[in-house]
Design a protein around this ligand. Structure first.
Ligand SMILES: C[S@@+](CC[C@H](N)C(=O)[O-])C[C@H]1O[C@@H](n2cnc3c(N)ncnc32)[C@H](O)[C@@H]1O
Length: 294
């Protein structure tokens, strides 16, 4: 079972989303970027929320469709392969309220082709994104628009001064328990992938997928997509949110590595205390919008 399929991961993710705006705000920016690149044609707009998780992006999509007056011609399919995550999807209440037709799926069956695909904070979890994009192709309309979000730090952007301050706090706490320093930004993305038909042949293995910076533009172009725009979306992140995010279960934070798990709580409490005085810092997410190459 992968991390994402575990109830404890889903519960922690849901609790994090209730407390902090990381995924809601990036979702809002992402769906705005995606919908700005389409015009509902033939009286309908079929949208796919790819890796819908606990529904944060679906809700943002429904609100934006509603705001544009497109709700009655739109349909959202929220595709999330983990039952544990999907169980938290608030589709019923929120999406009905927005007036958009919707479906929640844990597999992607052949259906009407999608005109828009949004994937918030997900594509680097696929063990082979090009394979996943090719597998998705039969489900897409010829001029489908796809929008992905990626933390700019994962693309190799240098940490902001605020993040450097956070790293100093972490390292001070590590030093106190005799652990070596960790870099301000992890040199690789140590993610464990989910497993489903879109993930490629090695999907069942919980393996680190990426080493080095991510390149969403090159990844999409290699898979036959034409990148239309890359937008940098900035948001303020409090130190408490930053810390809570690093503690989400799917990725063991680099700054806890080398520490016996019995000592984790004490180190986390020490870091929490040190960072409480730090101001919010600016985070950047790269939003990549692409269209299928015909
Ligand atoms: C960081 S969460 C993002 C969820 C949601 N888009 C949001 O913004 O809150 C990543 C999601 O990707 C899903 N996932 C992992 N591997 C996947 C795969 N191969 N195909 C589709 N979704 C996958 C996980 O189950 C998880 O729900």
């Amino acid at each position: 079972m992968t991390h994402w399929q575990q109830a404890k991961t889903a519960a922690a993710y849901q609790a994090f989303c209730n407390d902090y705006g990381r995924y809601a705000s990036t979702s809002e920016a992402l769906v705005t970027a995606a919908l700005s690149a389409v015009v509902p044609s033939a009286g309908r707009l079929r949208c796919l929320d790819w890796a819908a998780g606990t529904g944060v992006t679906s809700v943002a999509l429904a609100s934006e469709l509603s705001r544009r007056g497109w709700a009655s011609v739109s349909e959202i399919t929220a595709f999330e392969p983990s039952f544990a995550m999907a169980q938290h999807h608030p589709a019923a209440a929120h999406l009905r309220h927005a007036g958009v037709r919707w479906h929640l799926r844990t597999t992607l069956a052949p259906t009407h082709p999608f005109d828009v695909v949004v994937g918030n904070s997900m594509w680097w979890l696929l063990s082979d994104p090009a394979y996943a994009l090719r597998s998705l192709a039969p489900h897409l309309s010829p001029d489908c628009v796809l929008a992905w979000s990626t933390p700019a730090a994962y693309c190799g952007e240098a940490p902001s001064p605020g993040e450097v301050d956070l790293a100093v706090c972490l390292n001070t706490s590590r030093e106190m328990v005799g652990l070596p320093m960790v870099p301000a930004v992890a040199p690789s993305i140590d993610a464990s992938s989910g497993s489903d038909a879109l993930n490629g042949p090695s999907a069942d293995v919980d393996t680190p997928v990426w080493a080095g910076p991510l390149d969403p533009k090159a990844t999409l172009e290699r898979a036959g997509w034409q990148v239309r725009s890359q937008i940098d979306f900035h948001r303020d992140c409090t130190a408490a949110e930053w810390l809570a995010h690093t503690l989400l279960p799917p990725v063991r934070p680099p700054w806890l590595r080398g520490l016996p798990s019995a000592d984790e709580q004490a180190l986390v409490a020490d870091v929490q205390q040190r960072i409480s005085a730090l101001p919010a810092h600016r985070q950047t997410w790269r939003l990549t919008v692409a269209r299928r190459r015909s």
